[in-house]
Design a protein around this ligand. Structure first.
Ligand SMILES: Nc1ncnc2c1ncn2[C@@H]1O[C@H](COP(=O)(O)OP(=O)(O)OP(=O)(O)O)[C@@H](O)[C@H]1O
Length: 300
């Protein structure tokens, strides 16, 4: 955004004080300093975990921001994004959660001041959103099976950070694989019965850990990808890890990728399901459709 636009703009900061690393440093004085230097007006709403959506909507009416910057993890970003779908209010992100998937994909630094500067300088561009089962809005990715089970364990046991994720991944893998069967319907392809360890429905390229699950993913192409990890022999894990970090997963054996603007996955038995880090009840059906250019996101 050019400086003269920032000078006139109103920015609402939605801060989750309880997210991953908590509120670090003296955020208030940093915001005051930047607003004086750059001349923007700002308001702060600190989330409580109760009725936050309603409160943010009240700020929209009374403060009429041009930009909302979500300071927190994927949950906070998702809560704000949901409110902004279809509006031209810009969404910015300062990552401060235990999972910051979208921020990672946008290359936003974890340091508060550096992330704030980036949000004040970068342009906003349209980003697609995936609507799942008619009510869940996904900016980053959702999945069925292995990763959803790990995210669930992670939350239940109060694990933190990459080490915590690694511990839960190890536990899941050492308990043996639990593949599941499903039917997949994607327009232009015949309905197919398949078996998988995990099915990922991705808007973005990478998990917040940096693992590239969707090498061909773009946030603004009007499509999402369905990445199916089929049952594999145990010794293939090392090849997967190599592929995850070199961006070659889509070329691997045991992987099937669909690119789609809508899809329907019917599970033969209910499976764990998560969307942008939020663990949802086990499901037997996932219907996904893209909402193209749904949001203006800074740094996209
Ligand atoms: N003040 C608060 N106290 C407790 N919980 C809160 C508060 N504000 C928001 N929350 C909850 O925080 C969750 C979102 O957290 P977010 O994803 O931003 O950070 P996180 O550290 O990654 O969290 P998590 O690991 O639980 O996903 C939501 O469930 C929301 O209800």
């Amino acid at each position: 955004m050019p400086l003269n636009t920032i000078l006139k703009s109103r920015i609402l900061f939605v801060i989750n004080p309880s997210s991953g690393k908590g509120e670090r440093g003296d955020v208030n004085s940093m915001l005051t300093r930047f607003s004086e230097e750059m001349g923007f007006e700002y308001a702060v709403y600190r989330t409580t975990g109760k009725e936050d959506e309603k409160e943010v909507k009240r700020y929209l009416e009374k403060f009429q921001p041009h930009t909302i910057i979500a300071v927190g993890g994927d949950g906070t970003v998702n809560m704000v994004a949901k409110i902004l779908i279809g509006s031209d209010i810009r969404l910015g992100i300062i990552p401060a959660g235990s999972a910051n998937g979208l921020a990672y994909n946008l290359g936003i630094p974890e340091n508060f001041e550096a992330a704030l500067k980036k949000n004040l300088q970068d342009a906003a561009n349209p980003v697609d959103v995936i609507k799942m089962n008619g009510k869940h809005y996904c900016l980053h990715l959702g999945d069925i099976g292995l990763n959803a089970r790990i995210v669930k364990r992670f939350e239940k046991e109060g694990s933190k950070g990459m080490l915590g994720y690694g511990k839960q991944l190890f536990k899941e893998l050492s308990e043996g694989k639990t593949s599941f069967s499903f039917y997949i319907q994607v327009p232009g392809h015949r309905r197919k019965k398949m078996k998988a360890e995990m099915v990922v429905i991705a808007n973005a390229k990478s998990f917040g850990t940096g693992a590239i699950i969707n090498p061909t993913g773009k946030l603004n192409d009007g499509k999402f990808e369905i990445i199916i990890i089929r049952p594999y022999p145990w010794w293939f894990v090392a090849t997967f890890i190599y592929a995850f970090f070199t961006g070659k997963l889509h070329k691997m054996k045991y992987i099937r990728v669909y690119s789609a603007s809508e899809a329907r996955i019917t599970l033969l038995d209910p499976q764990e399901f998560q969307v942008d880090g939020e663990v949802l009840p086990k499901t037997e059906l996932v219907e996904a459709e893209i909402i193209p250019a749904a949001l203006m996101v800074i740094g996209a």
